[in-house]
Design a protein around this ligand. Structure first.
Ligand SMILES: [Zn+2]
Ligand SMILES: [Zn+2]
Length: 158
């Protein structure tokens, strides 16, 4: 079962909370100076756990459609496990980067749900990208291919 949805502003709040807990990759455009950080990994709030545990929390961390789906799935199976974390995605068409909370639901080894996201601009399905290998991306502001990782501001934690 797949549900697609667009980015939500609530993500900004969690980026704030997780700023000290994730790998934040700062990107900077050499052309216009635009800066944006992308998170990858999990943190205090966003982490892997049994679905029943997650549903006990009062705070809803995921998109409401994901929450609804989790509740629905848990009704017929109380043995599900969810893997959650920030992932960096790239639009295959406009090459713009996004970070999103990916949620994958497992029934033993079988994947019963996996997040999928669409580009805000062209609505293409976003593809997971390996930020360690990624060299250049398109700047979301000036649209030049000069959006690059800023190593001098990289924050690492473990
Ligand atoms: Zn730029
Ligand atoms: Zn796009």
């Amino acid at each position: 079962m797949r549900i697609c949805f667009k980015i939500n502003s609530f993500l900004a709040i969690f980026k704030e909370i997780l700023s000290k807990m994730g790998n934040a990759y700062p990107y900077r455009c050499e052309h216009c100076g635009y800066e944006e950080s992308f998170n990858q990994g999990h943190g205090f709030l966003i982490h892997s756990q049994p679905v029943v545990e997650y549903l006990k929390h009062h705070t809803k961390l995921f998109h409401y459609k994901t929450d609804n789906l989790l509740r629905k799935l848990a009704k017929t199976n109380d043995d599900l496990f969810l893997k959650a974390g920030f992932q960096v995605y790239k639009c295959p068409k406009c090459k713009v980067l996004y970070d999103k909370i990916e949620v994958v639901v497992y029934n033993d080894e079988k994947v019963v749900h996996k997040s999928c996201f669409r580009c805000n601009k062209c609505h293409s399905r976003l593809k997971l990208t390996n930020i360690h290998r990624l060299k250049n991306a398109i700047c979301p502001r000036c649209h030049k291919k000069t959006f690059q990782i800023n190593h001098s501001h990289q924050q690492l934690w473990d």
